[in-house]
Design a protein around this ligand. Structure first.
Ligand SMILES: Nc1ncnc2c1ncn2[C@@H]1O[C@H](COP(=O)(O)OP(=O)(O)OP(=O)(O)O)[C@@H](O)[C@H]1O
Ligand SMILES: [Mg+2]
Length: 348
């Protein structure tokens, strides 16, 4: 087990800047998630740490040791690649056994470990198969098992659940979390799925254009997004963003503007905090219903609010139809305020 650090890392592919003076410190035993849209550089950061790809500048440390010049196989990290990378000539049993044989394990002890891992990941019936005879999801589970069976200084996982169906994804996600809680091995986990990130992480770094938009605990990212990019990226459905000139800001929010021009403000409201009420309800904003999305137990409603598309909650959606007028209500305390020009959070 070991702390992991990226210190002032720069990396580009031709004109594409993947990292620009990026610094990240991951504590020993931490489950750390790199979250960001496709192409933002998540996989590349893992490849840099694994030593598969060289950095242009900066230092990477594992357990405090500068590993920048250490060859990949000596870095003691177990990587689950986005594209699995199994040994094609070995069956599932031997793919799982490979790291154990490297560690000097054999015979009954080895068989027991392989079978336990295979059972955990639902691969028990596939041990004699070659990778080419497996489905994408099965290959992904073998790749995950081959990493989890080791006890490295750190796990590097690149979207290890992306090829699994919804039910299996939840199941294996729980398994990953359980393994982490048991062994507390430092884990650097990449995903573009914010829900997965929230469910697994001790801390999340949201990446954008070669730098870190925000690095925080899941609850803090959700409660106090640093800018409109993070606000839209974390939480489903995404936060509604409204030009504040559309609205008379509630008193509590107005107090936080600290003399700024209200016209330059973007108001953020999570769909969960925006409640659709009957037409005529007092203290609420009039909007026109565009779409209804039943969510089981309640309904998401897409509405036009003075020219901006917003999403809101409705307890009994059955009573509304597209074209209806509704009133949208929210508590003053649920409002997020951002600078309209920079997108940066204005308060708290
Ligand atoms: N070997 C390479 N040569 C040239 N460009 C590359 C190379 N690897 C990655 N890139 C570019 O660097 C950027 C970051 O790629 P990377 O694979 O790290 O993104 P990602 O965040 O993992 O995306 P995804 O979520 O789609 O997997 C992309 O613009 C990509 O096209
Ligand atoms: Mg990737």
């Amino acid at each position: 087990m070991a702390a992991v650090a990226f210190e002032r890392i720069a990396k580009r592919f031709g004109p594409t800047v993947v990292a620009d003076d990026l610094t990240l410190r991951i504590a020993d035993g931490e489950f750390f998630v790199l979250l960001g849209p496709s192409g933002c550089g998540k996989s590349t950061l893992l490849h840099l740490l694994a030593g598969i790809e060289p950095a242009d500048r900066g230092v990477m440390r594992i357990g405090g040791v500068d590993v920048s010049a250490v060859p990949p196989q000596q870095r003691d990290v177990a990587m689950v690649f986005q594209s699995y990378a199994l040994y094609p000539h070995l069956d599932v049993f031997e793919n799982l056994a490979f790291p154990l044989r490297n560690r000097g394990l054999s015979g009954r002890a080895l068989r027991a470990e392989v079978e336990r891992m295979a059972g955990t990941l639902g691969l028990g019936a596939l041990l004699a198969k070659r990778p080419r005879d497996l489905s994408g999801g099965q290959r992904q589970r073998v790749a995950l098992g081959r990493a989890l069976i080791r006890r490295p200084a750190a796990f590097l996982m690149d979207e290890p659940l992306s090829n699994l169906d919804a039910a299996l994804r939840l199941e294996i996600r729980e398994e990953i979390k359980r393994v982490h809680q048991t062994h507390r091995i430092t884990t650097l986990y990449v995903t573009h799925d914010q829900e997965e990130a929230m469910a697994l992480a001790d801390r999340i770094a949201v990446l954008r254009g070669g730098s870190i938009a925000q690095c925080d605990a899941p609850e803090a990212l959700y409660a106090r997004p640093a800018d409109t990019f993070v606000a839209r990226f974390v939480g489903t459905p995404p936060m509604n963003l409204l030009p504040a000139a559309l609205l008379a800001p509630p008193e509590a929010a107005a107090a936080r503007l600290q003399g700024r021009d209200p016209a330059s403000v973007t108001l953020g409201l999570r769909p969960q905090d925006l409640e659709a009420r009957d037409a005529g309800a007092a203290g609420a904003l009039e909007a026109r219903v565009l779409l209804l999305e039943p969510a089981g137990g309640f309904t998401w409603l897409v509405a036009d609010l003075a020219g901006t598309r917003v999403k809101a909650r409705r307890a009994d959606g059955a009573r509304l139809a597209p074209g209806d007028t509704t009133r949208l209500a929210f508590a003053a305390g649920s409002v997020h305020l951002f600078d309209a020009a920079s997108g940066r959070r204005l308060e708290r």
